[in-house]
Write a protein that binds this ligand. Sequence first.
Ligand code: FES
Length: 114
Amino acid sequence: MSLESTQPSEMLITTLVICINKRFRIDQRSCAMGGSPELVKMIESGVKARRINIKIETTVCFGHCSKGPVMRMIPGGKFYHEVCKDDIAGIVDELEELCGTKPDQDEMQFAPGS
Ligand code: FES
């Protein structure tokens, strides 16, 4: 995996966008060809299990096809290039560190002042 960052440190990350584009020519690399649909499932599962406060969305091309699978934090966040299954645990850790976790329902029910 490689990273390309354009994110000012004070921006609040709300979403991880993952390219699932499949190009029709076999000689043209695409994120789907690199397994991005499975990576989406893995990340969604990790985010859900850890209650990470981030949305996961898919898109159909960032224009970085030769570096796929590609993901990007938004707004204005860094790109992850050439992501593979072995990278997912580290990405989920980073998402939790940047975005925090959602309170669980029991905590919300018994919170003072609620
Ligand atoms: S196919 Fe994913 S960036 Fe173009």
